[in-house]
Design a protein around this ligand. Sequence first.
Ligand code: ADP
Ligand code: GLC
Length: 491
Amino acid sequence: MKVAFVSSEVFPYAKTGGLADVAGALPKALEKLGCSVKIFLPKYYSIDEAKFGLHYNWEIGEIPIKISSHTRSVHIYQAVLPESGVDVYFVDCPHYYHRDQIYTDGFDEDERFILFDRGVIEILQRLQWEPDIIHCNDWQTGLIPLYLKDNYGWDKLFKNSASVFTIHNIGYQGRFSKETVEHASIRSDLYFEGSSIEFLGDISFMKTGIMYADVINTVSNTYAKEILTPEYGAGMESFLVQRKEDLYGILNGVDYEIWNPEKDKFIPFKFSLNSLEGKFKNKKFLLEKFSLTADENLPLIGIVSRMAGQKGFDLFENAAEALLKQDAQWIILGSGEDKYEDMFRSINEKYPGKAAVYIGFNNELSHLVEAGADMFLMPSHYEPCGLNQIYSLKYGTVPIVRKTGGLADTVRDWHEYEHKGKDTGNGFSFNDYNPDALVLTVERAIEMFKDKDTWKAVQANGMKDDFSWEASAKKYIDIYKTAKKKRALQP
Ligand code: ADP
Ligand code: GLC
């Protein structure tokens, strides 16, 4: 099966969150199962050409693409995804991608991803590579399913190509004013109130992907159900209900070559379930970095996160005083919205010796926090899958989470799963989105930490869990087959 995998971020080239981890790992797992995969992403300014061995594709040369009233020149760079044979194609257009950030709030954000979506299709044409599946991810790729059926529907190359649209986060929808329809060269008669691309008087790339893809999925079973409701659907629920028959939930996996305490190249002391001594050494190393003192009897709680409303930081703010009164230390790594960065900065100042905050994006530190912390907090308001709690499990770092989306599907509350000595819990969770529930759950974890044997059992349950990509990649192949069957029924 030939798969074109399209994503606006791919680890290790460009990353703001979990989408990059998925896009850097799932293609590898698909290849191991016999698929032939090509990855596509924009060539952002920040991508280090020399480090990643990018080279210019002379055979394709220049591709002119008309966006709005300008014709832009697109060029292609290529590389091979590390530790795999997967070819990666970088869509180069300095006018759009040579900016400080991967995502911007600039007036031409629509154009940046229109160009990307069209660029991918035009590259496939130049390569004369006929994909069975074009796998699109999130709103940045939402126009591709429409383009395949309409603008490029004439091209026999795509006669058998089906599209799969994966929703990693329904909260970001790529919504633009209706002038964008013209910028994108979408037929004007496809835009009207209630049409498949229209949303509240604008065009929505997310809705377009949902309505035109042959098959849709999201990144956990619970989130697949949640987004059918107004509480979690962010306005897309009625369209998803319309397409319910074609909507699947497939849990993300983990690349255990990268996130694994036995071989993690970013942590100074490797460890495993049978030799946990290294874990405490990492904790000491991490705390010393922040001038905090390590104590075996004082739990260290870690947070690594985009600082966005989704992640439950308004809850954290309301609970902060009660949380920081507890007998625990805190290390918090993240960046994002100003109001949350400011909140954490003030916590840093207010609780010296107890909490340390690093505002910024730091991949190495994110591994060290996973390895060194005793607990990991994710009080998310919503969480499509969440990867950090799954990484935490592998590192014996017990997750404390709100029971929503993928958090509900991966973390089993110790108390809830406690029965007749057969304890299978691997963490702590709470249902209600309120500060008291959060505080109580953190208290439960801190209390349990004092009982070393029980704590070791919770850690062991998590470390033994297996979230490797293989099982989920097989499920993707199943939905690819379903999408192909659906495609075969269309003209
Ligand atoms: P989301 O995609 O919503 O941000 P996930 O839990 O799926 O949440 O994935 C987040 C990924 O981004 C993880 O790999 C995490 O380690 C990483 N990450 C988030 N914030 C930072 C940061 N400030 N520095 C380094 N890595 C980060
Ligand atoms: C999104 C979600 C996160 C998920 C990630 C990868 O950014 O917020 O829950 O793990 O995508 O699918």
